[in-house]
Design a binder for this molecule. Structure first.
Ligand code: FAD
Length: 306
């Protein structure tokens, strides 16, 4: 992790910074990364972007929830997303974070909430993916995922693996034994060198290796990156190795590399846009700034322009 990225993540935890950004965030530019504060706004966005050939995964923002009431409300909202998708006929699935469903309160309570969401995904013949958070939550996230995988099947539930982790290669191999649908990402949290590659080049090399390994195991793989070099390497490798086009998709974040998203669609690739919405956008927003500190300058400029 570069010093500047680490600095942004540290600053983001500062109380003064948190309260300033929370107050002025939408004006500061959070709307560049968030599709709106309500489900209705988000569905309208999906409907529009579907017409351009892009598909979506909707994420109701929120994490680190500390009461059972909040976790239950967040669970209700994810269930409501599936209902809204079905009713509107838009092409989208759903992504969730376990800390929003009460993981830090009681893992068994979180499991029950996630079970309710996965049951709804299956009932609507749709799909839910559990995002991966920081390493203290990794083992329990994989446990909860495996229990639900056994109950609902890989067509209805998937997981995320982060290439910055040393253990990722073993996790991908193990999950591949059950033909799990995985999204591969580089990883967005502040992790120590004891568990994560400190060098970007190592994270990138591992990224390519993980995608290739998972595809060679015959497993569905979501290639979630904006890294054009990696996308180029993988497109070439996929062609040379005659990988079935039904076995993978590209994924990018709402508001990031919009041109590249559309270029890939024009080339005939399946591209899914991770689209967050909701009022609790602060932690998500700060991770997006940390990934590319130049975003902070862009956003500050906008603030003074408005
Ligand atoms: P980088 O090397 O960071 O970036 C490559 C290029 O992409 C940059 O040069 C820049 O041009 C562009 N870019 C990247 N980020 C930004 C940005 N914020 N703003 C503007 N331009 C940018 N992480 C998790 O830890 N857990 C998850 O569950 C998770 N889910 C994700 C789902 C999706 C669909 C995506 C795309 C990412 C997800 N991430 C998740 C975030 C991921 O781990 C990375 O932090 C993020 O994608 C940036 O890495 P990159 O692969 O784009 O490569």
């Amino acid at each position: 992790m570069s010093i500047s990225r680490s600095l942004v993540l540290t600053l983001a935890g500062n109380r003064v910074v948190t309260s300033f950004v929370s107050k002025y965030g939408m004006k500061l530019g959070a709307s560049r990364f968030v599709a709106g504060e309500s489900l209705e706004e988000a569905v309208r966005f999906v409907s529009g972007i579907n017409k351009e050939g892009l598909i979506v995964t909707l994420d109701h923002l929120g994490e680190s929830v500390y009461t059972k009431e909040e976790a239950t409300l967040a669970t209700d909202e994810s269930v409501r997303i599936f209902e809204a998708i079905e009713k509107s006929g838009v092409n989208s699935n759903v992504s969730v974070k376990l800390t929003q469903l009460g993981l830090d309160i009681d893992p068994e309570f979180c499991f029950e909430n996630m079970d309710r969401i996965a049951a709804k995904a299956k009932e609507c013949n749709n799909f839910v993916r559990i995002d991966m958070e920081d390493t203290p939550r990794l083992e329990v996230t994989i446990d909860i995922f495996n229990r639900l995988l056994a109950k609902y099947g890989k067509e209805h539930i998937g997981l995320v693996i982060q290439s910055y982790l040393y253990r990722a290669v073993d996790d991908v191999a193990k999950l591949g034994e059950n033909q799990v649908n995985l999204r591969i990402v580089k990883g967005a949290y502040k992790e120590p060198a004891a568990v994560a590659f400190p060098e970007k080049s190592e994270v990138d090399d591992n990224y390519v290796r993980l995608v290739q390994n998972h595809l060679l195991s015959g497993c569905y793989t979501a290639i979630a990156t904006h890294d054009e070099t990696i996308i180029h390497i993988l497109k070439k490798w996929i062609k040379e190795n005659h990988i079935d086009d039904n076995l993978y998709e590209f994924q990018m974040l709402y508001g990031v590399r919009n041109g590249l998203q559309r270029d890939l669609v024009k080339e005939g690739y399946k591209v899914r846009v991770y689209t967050p919405y909701g009022k609790d956008w602060y932690p998500y927003f700060t991770r997006r700034i940390a990934e590319r500190p130049a975003n902070a300058l862009f956003i500050l400029k906008n603030f003074f322009k408005n």
